[in-house]
Design a protein around this ligand. Sequence first.
Ligand SMILES: Cc1ncc(COP(=O)(O)O)c(C=O)c1O
Length: 463
Amino acid sequence: MSIFIPQTLRARVIVMKNLLKYPNLKKTDPEIAGINTSEEKRQFLYANFIASENYASPAVREASSSVATNKYSEGYPSKRYYKGNDVAIDPVEILAQKRALKLFQLDEEQWGVNVQPASGSEANMAVYGSLLKAKGQNEDIALGMRLDFGGHLTHGFHVSFSGKFFHFEQYGLDKSGRINYEEIEILAQKFQPKLIVCGASAYSRVVEFDKFGAIAKKYGALLMADIAHIAGLIAGGVHPSPFPHCDIVTTTTHKTLRGPRGAMIFARKDKTLETASKTSPLNRNLNSKKQKSLFDLINSGVFPGLQGGPHNQQTMAIAVCLKEADTSKFRNYASRVVKNAEILADELVKCGFSIVSGGTDNHLMLLDLRPFQVNGEDVSQWLYLAGIVTNKNAVPNDPLPPQQASGIRLGTPAMTTRGMGPKEMKMFAKWIHSAVTDHSDKNLENIKKRVRDLCKNFPPPGF
Ligand SMILES: Cc1ncc(COP(=O)(O)O)c(C=O)c1O
């Protein structure tokens, strides 16, 4: 067998490093090792503009494949159902909690955090299950943002558990593409919701948590912010914090926060609720008709309400990412993410693209492709052929079905992690425009070559 030896020293080093990687996986399961190597190559050579993805650091990846994966630990620190959690699992979970509270500048007397949910959807499920009486049983009402206006599936969409099991009323955007706070107030007055959910998956403007807080207070609702997308921006000080206005905050850890796949739920310790429902699917403690803090309710909703043992290797990696995020380097990263998004959006507008709400204040933007008479499915495929990874996305009042969609969503967290800046954002705006207006094989192949050459100079961390 002959080994290809590339010309440049840098390329030779990469080939050598790859030969030494994953020795056990290569030996035990060459098929999976091969697939993994291909994926690593794809992540290296393609430009990732998916707003919800990022590249976790080598330290985060090491923690998430650590021996913590071997341990079962149903319950919470010092209240476990299995022995053997005292050495690593309890200290790691406590450290992750402390770091999370410190990162978001929260007082341990007022706030608690549960770091166990496996994903953002599960975190949201745990909150609803802990607090809301389900549909058909003297049901509580919640408000959430419509999926096609930028909300998430788990904010009440009818095919998700949230809309199937719980009564959600949905709000959207106003004509300028901003959250329609007037509509939210009208809905709150009409439905007297128990819970208002704010936060989004495809909204490029600042979420005005203070406005949500004022409405929730006026109508006696609990306020939950889902900051899955913007957690890293909040930690980095470039988006207002929801905590002064909210009772509960959920987040994923793998988007702008740049950690492993995972989630956290922050809940107030200093707010209590009468636990009187027989009907909540996740929390049998609600039968006991006594005052419990929101944090205690949420903890019972996660375990035993929703899951058994937590994913300890993930908790360990979350602890590492929280340490990384509490640095001036990360704060600098967060502001570069926003700057890059602003430049990308401005350049795309100059090329004739229309952006929902006219621009961006955060890490993402939603391109409305209707002026080009193309759809999101086609455009995301052309871009993929040109080496640029994005996702199709519905735009407000989208005439097309979600499988096609009239928009694409673009985000800058991943390419900012790779060190790209304003110059590269301008290049990508031109390439995106070129691929949309000329999707001949020749043009897409030509762009792909240039994207690859650029990507080779900006390797993801640890590659
Ligand atoms: C706002 C919001 N909440 C929740 C989630 C769900 O996260 P997960 O995919 O980890 O379940 C997402 C995922 O994209 C999201 O954007």
